[in-house]
Design a protein around this ligand. Structure first.
Ligand code: C2E
Ligand code: MG
Ligand code: MG
Ligand code: MG
Length: 289
């Protein structure tokens, strides 16, 4: 009997039990609340995409933009994707949210192509749950058609965790996506289970070196050595390398010396809303940076 059990536990360690149960209760409440709010967020139009430029090291050219979702909760304000994406994945809501992200990125890409000089690819983060969906590839194709954009203006970012579950199935899907002309970026590389050997055999175009490796540059840790290996193996397999989360001039120079192709990070530009990234670009193109 639950009541008896509770009573006994209370008697045994009064304050401990109470504290524990209340904490659990509030965690569950917060989660349930967030789930319910997440369901309403799409209809309420609370999501926005921010954009972070990706810059080629050799000549400073902006070669892409990464779309990063933001949730502006009507009461709680800005909620970061690190907080709500895992819940969206567990509840399956990521399918609808992910679809909205793709649609919005395609709309933006089209607008930028029409306005010029922003005819640059937008990279969209795709969850493993989206990739697992049987219809993902056909959905992508129809999205491009409806938006009327060239496939080279849409890129997708996946992580190693997207591939681990069923290598054959994911590799086959990735091949189909590439055949459509969409480039595939492997995000957060180095944080998962895959080895450098494995990297060579994946149907991907770009490897993004995780920020944790970039951070190690400053302290000259052993991790730093791995960066050269990633870059040389990626180049041998004709992949492009982007470094994530570059914050300092030292990191930038190190990556330049190591022949890294491109970078993203606060050192050049943080993720910004559409209007602000447009302003940033026009200043940047005028050489005002
Ligand atoms: P990610 O795709 O690896 O994105 C890079 C993260 O690093 C972003 O965090 C970005 O704001 C941050 N960042 C960029 N440059 C710097 C820097 O110089 N210093 C520091 N400290 N951080 C930097 P954000 O926007 O909070 O996104 C976190 C993660 O959430 C993303 O990691 C991605 O995995 C996920 N995410 C974001 N948007 C989406 C989305 O639309 N769909 C899905 N499925 N996941 C998304
Ligand atoms: Mg990413
Ligand atoms: Mg990343
Ligand atoms: Mg990362």
């Amino acid at each position: 009997n639950a009541d008896t059990a509770m009573y006994t536990a209370k008697e045994a360690g009064r304050s401990n039990y109470k504290f524990f149960s209340e904490e659990m209760l509030s965690e569950v409440t917060i989660r349930t609340e967030m789930e319910a709010d997440l369901r309403k967020a799409l209809e309420r139009g609370e999501f926005r995409l921010y954009y972070q430029p990706c810059i080629r090291m050799s000549d400073g050219k902006v070669i892409g933009m990464e779309a990063l979702i933001r949730w502006f909760h009507q009461k709680k304000g800005l909620i970061s994707p690190a907080e709500f994406i895992p819940i969206a994945e567990e509840t399956g809501l990521i399918k609808q949210i992910g679809r909205w992200v793709l649609e919005e990125a395609c709309r933006q890409s089209r607008t930028w192509q029409e306005q010029g000089p922003y005819g640059i690819p937008i990279a969209v983060n795709v969850s493993k749950i989206q990739l697992e969906d049987e219809d993902f590839v056909t959905d992508l194709a129809s999205l491009l058609e409806v938006a009327g954009i060239d496939p080279r203006y849409l890129q997708i970012e996946i992580t190693e965790s997207c591939i681990i579950k069923s290598i054959e199935v994911s590799v086959e899907k990735l091949r189909e996506i590439r055949k459509m002309g969409i480039h595939i970026l492997l995000d957060d590389f180095g944080t998962g289970y895959s080895s450098l050997y494995y990297l060579q055999n994946l149907p991907i175009d770009v490897v993004k070196i995780d920020k944790s490796f970039v951070d190690s540059i400053a302290v000259k840790a052993r991790n730093t050595l791995i960066i050269d290996d990633i870059i040389s193996i990626a180049h041998k397999s004709e992949m492009t390398v982007i470094a994530e989360g570059v914050e300092t001039e030292d990191q930038f120079n190190y990556l330049m010396d190591e022949d890294c192709d491109a970078m993203q990070g606060y050192y050049r530009c943080k993720p910004l809303p559409r209007e602000e990234v447009e302003k940033w670009i026009s200043h940047y193109l005028k050489g005002n940076l």
